[in-house]
Design a binder for this molecule. Structure first.
Ligand SMILES: [Ca+2]
Length: 478
């Protein structure tokens, strides 16, 4: 008897409108929460998508996403090296506060990761691909992995040469493995020409499962990070002799910016030549085109299984790359080609075929996905939801964005201006991005721009003080 009363009470609470509806009508179903599929490339410049203005590269599947969703054309990675950038993505917190400002620095354990938050909200949190942070994905909130690719296969590594004929130094000894550290060297040790297919295969395996819950599927590709090998079947995609050089190509960077002879920079000889850069770009583009085909396979799997309409798909990269611009090959700089990232979101509630110039960060993706899925954003998260911009509201999210690399570079960028400080050199650069988007004319010493230089420098230093930035203790006046 008591149980029956409780049952009716519970039913009345669960169905508050049942009295006003006819007995035959089922109660309205709660809205189905969207799946979140996050595809992240590795070292992809923001200008390597056909539909966003590159006339040479072939990216039909990414072009389709651009048409179907919103592309942020001024999104940045705050700290353009792999591990710290991924730490910002995983935590939604700046490297100044998440523990991971550089390689080998663990993420603070108390920070709820994107995966943890999704898991706690009733999602399955799944991980595929490159893992470049401390610990393992299953220690960072992911329920399960497939196609996990990380270090541990050094015993199988042998000296090899990339598509430029240069000895491979990137990803040596990385290997596919499972959560129990069972290794699968038969799938390749280090990068291989068609590695992106393995990541797409694993993602599709997750997608094709029978689902009882919504899921957060995080897929980290290694393309187009070096070493670059032409994917099988893509040998004739690009003729190196016909690839245009970056418009801001130069033979060498004019000063030691903090990584002039680092690992990434010595991948190409000095001074960089037109021929060498064109060949490197032809490899880079072919690896991106192959990655694009894998993105297409993942989208197709979502469509075939009837999940596309209820999925938010996010595509981005951990940072860009110089590829000959400004005389550089690597990341580790504050120029647009490198702090910039492609960022496309597609799905329910997201405006189609929209380009947004809102300044934003990679760390905003985590809170954005929470906001779109109706999940509360943890207090620790410093990023902001981009939902207002996705819905077509052009509201500014940040007045300015700040980027950093070790104690060698600090940057502030407003809608129009960019100031870069090199504390170790007591040097600054000032660019007018409106009139000089390729950053070829440093205005920092020109009289008429001293006021803007001072204003930006003061703002940047005030921000550095707020962050308790150790680079302020280097030279006094930078
Ligand atoms: Ca990277």
């Amino acid at each position: 008897m008591h149980g029956r009363i409780l049952f009716f009470l519970a039913a009345a609470l669960l169905l508050p409108h049942s009295q006003s509806e006819s007995a035959e009508e089922p109660p309205p179903k709660p809205p189905k929460r969207p799946n979140i599929v996050f595809l992240l490339s590795d070292d992809q410049r923001p200008d390597t998508i056909g539909a966003l203005g590159n006339p040479v590269i072939k990216t039909p599947h990414l072009d389709q996403l651009v048409k179907q969703g919103t592309s942020f054309t001024r999104a940045v990675c705050a700290n353009p090296i792999c591990t710290p950038s991924r730490a910002e993505i995983l935590t939604g917190v700046s490297g100044f506060h998440n523990g991971s400002m550089d390689f080998g620095k663990p993420i603070k354990k108390e920070l709820p990761t994107w995966a943890t938050t999704m898991h706690n909200a009733g999602y399955n949190s799944w991980y595929v691909g490159k893992w470049h942070n401390d610990g393992k994905p299953i220690q960072r909130g992911y329920d399960e992995t497939l196609g996990l690719f990380t270090g541990g296969g050094g015993r199988w590594a042998v000296p090899t040469y990339d598509g430029n004929g240069v000895l491979v130094t990137g990803y040596r000894g990385w290997v596919f493995q499972d959560d129990k550290r069972n290794f699968f060297p038969e799938k390749g040790v280090g990068l291989s020409s068609n590695i992106s297919e393995h990541f797409a295969d694993a993602a599709i395996e997750f997608i094709e499962r029978k689902h009882t819950k919504p899921y957060f599927l995080h897929v980290c590709f290694t393309a187009p990070h070096d070493p670059l090998f032409v994917p099988i079947g893509y040998e004739k995609y690009y003729d190196p002799d016909k690839i245009p050089l970056p418009a801001n190509f130069r033979g060498e960077h004019p000063f030691e910016h903090g990584n002039q002879y680092g690992r990434d920079e010595v991948l190409l000889p000095f001074p960089r030549t037109k021929k060498v850069v064109q060949h490197d770009l032809s490899l880079y583009y072919s690896v991106i085109s192959h990655l694009d085909a894998q993105v297409g396979r993942v989208v197709e799997a979502l469509k075939k299984t009837g999940q596309w309409e209820n999925t938010i798909l996010i595509y981005s990269s951990d940072h860009g790359l110089a590829m000959g611009s400004h005389g550089l090959r690597g990341k580790q700089n504050m120029y647009e080609h490198t702090v910039g990232v492609p960022m496309i979101l597609v799905g329910p509630g997201i405006t189609a075929n929209q380009r947004s110039e809102v300044q934003c960060y990679l760390r905003d993706l985590y809170p954005t996905s929470c906001d779109l899925a109706g999940i509360s954003i943890p207090k620790s998260v410093e990023g902001n939801s981009l939902k207002p911009a996705l819905e077509g509201d052009k509201k500014q999210i940040y007045d300015e964005v700040y980027c950093y690399f070790r104690n060698f570079q600090r940057m502030i960028r407003t809608d129009r201006w960019k100031l870069i400080v090199y504390p170790h050199l007591k040097r600054v650069q000032l660019f007018d991005l409106k009139n000089d988007p390729l950053e070829q004319h440093d205005l920092s010493d020109e009289d008429e721009f001293q006021k803007i230089r001072t204003t930006l420098h003061q703002k940047l230093n005030a921000w550095r003080k707020q962050q308790n930035d150790s680079s302020l203790q280097a030279p006094k006046d930078s």
